[in-house]
Design a protein. Structure first.
Length: 436
């Protein structure tokens, strides 16, 4: 065996061993979280849709009623797990999602190695696997683990494309953008923002980069297009990915609750009454006849029809125009909520822990970013998904869960900051020279 072959085999083995370590660490911390807090696993409609896919009923929550409020990526992932290991198998989902975390960790390590050196990449990957808030969502049947992997991979390929300049890297980035959007629609315009960033970085060489920009934007659209066609076929309306955007815009900017989700009592009753009125206006019926369940209940409605979502959008925009300063204040608070706010009322006891943990992480990440920028590290593309998702959830709706896909970048920068602090603390002081 040649020296190069031995080196390649050792490299593959090291990546595999790192993956196994990350998988085991995430499983361990997730099981500890589950034992300590008795996490509710099945909290949304995803598992129901996945079960119907396995049963041959299609992408539905109720057979015969095509669902529009959810994208196909995560339910089909769950359907694969259920098909292999049994419908509703929570432990199989945990292991599968821990494996997603392991792969995400490998990508974190790769990015960290390119920007900050291998030690930073490895430590960042390990810290990501151990992060308890992320582990909490590994236990739950929610799309965050899959979406986090897809977004991190998309970011890595964007970095690779810009550094290499190769057309097929840009094509891969566009395909990943589309696939990521089919997991969660929040990234529907990420390719457009990336196009602007790439043009800014290559503004002196536009003739060569513009075809590549057009290529990845078109590739992203083409990946989404079959699902758009499906939505049109079942509704007769143009729905690019999913409904629910209007609902999120209204819930996140309404004046009744100040855009909060964690409401109860009179606030919740007023919120639901207004929701019924908006839905009734979409159909021209009596609001009392609308069977809208509590907006924060576990058994929340499983579909948002096109007409209803449009009614929510119109009411949200009307309200935002009528109360611009109040809306701006709500948006500023949502920026905070995206990183620190626990949505469900019964979990509010953990708010102090979340604020302390996330606050420390963000402070270290900010320090790491400042130090990295100071020594010429290119951070624009790395920070792009963080800036994009923070803006999206500031405009629509913000809660702690939506910060989870941004953690790989944040933890990587925080690790770089930690390394700098440690190195500065233990570095030998340079000898002073006399001016005499």
């Amino acid at each position: 065996m040649s020296v190069s072959a031995i080196g390649s085999e050792r490299l593959r083995n090291s990546w595999f061993l790192l993956f196994v370590l990350l998988l085991v660490l995430r499983l361990a911390i997730a099981l500890l979280v589950d034992v300590a807090f008795a996490v509710e696993k099945n909290v949304d409609v995803y598992a129901t849709v996945a079960g119907n896919i396995v049963a041959g009923h299609g992408f539905v929550a109720v057979p015969g009623d095509p669902i529009l409020w959810r994208t196909p990526g995560y339910p089909y992932f769950l359907a694969l797990v259920f098909g292999l290991f049994g419908d509703g198998n929570e432990y199989a989902v945990l292991v599968a999602q821990a494996a997603l975390v392991g792969i995400t960790g490998l990508i974190i390590c790769w990015i960290g190695q390119r920007l900050f050196g291998k030690p930073v990449g490895v430590v960042a990957a390990i810290l990501f696997s151990l992060y308890p808030l992320s582990a909490y969502y590994t236990l739950r049947m929610l799309p965050e683990p899959l979406f986090t992997l897809a977004l991190t991979a998309t970011t890595a390929v964007l970095l690779l494309a810009v550094s290499s300049g190769r057309t097929w890297h840009y094509l891969a980035f566009g395909l990943l953008c589309g696939a990521t959007t089919l997991i969660k629609p929040a990234t529907m315009f990420f390719a457009v923002l990336a196009a602007v960033a790439v043009i800014v970085l290559h503004r002196r060489n536009l003739a060569s980069v513009l075809p590549k920009v057009v290529l990845f934007v078109v590739a992203s659209v083409l990946v989404i297009a079959p699902w758009t066609a499906r939505n049109y076929a079942v509704t007769g309306h143009f729905i690019p990915v999913a409904t629910g955007g209007g609902h999120a815009l209204w819930v996140g900017n309404n004046l009744i609750t100040g855009g909060r989700e964690e409401v109860e009592g009179a606030e919740l009753a007023a919120l639901d009454e207004k929701m019924r009125a908006i839905i009734a206006s979409a159909y021209g019926v009596d609001p009392s006849k609308i069977p809208w369940r509590s907006s924060t209940a576990p058994a929340q409605t499983v579909n948002v029809p096109y007409e209803v979502d449009q009614a929510f959008t119109r009411e949200a925009l009307r309200q935002m125009r009528a109360h611009p300063f109040e809306t701006l204040g709500i948006m500023l608070r949502k920026t905070f909520r995206t990183w620190f706010s626990i949505g469900r009322i019964q979990n509010q006891w953990a708010r102090g822990f979340v604020v302390a943990l996330q606050g420390s992480l963000l402070a270290l990440a900010a320090y790491g970013a400042i130090r990295a920028a100071g020594i010429g590290r290119p951070l624009l593309l790395l920070l792009l998904p963080v800036a994009y998702l923070t803006l999206i959830h500031t405009v629509t709706f913000g809660t702690l869960r939506y910060s989870m896909p941004m953690l790989p970048v944040v933890i990587l920068l925080a690790t770089a900051g930690i390394f700098h602090i440690v190195q500065s603390r233990w570095r030998e002081p340079s000898p002073r020279t006399s001016l005499e």
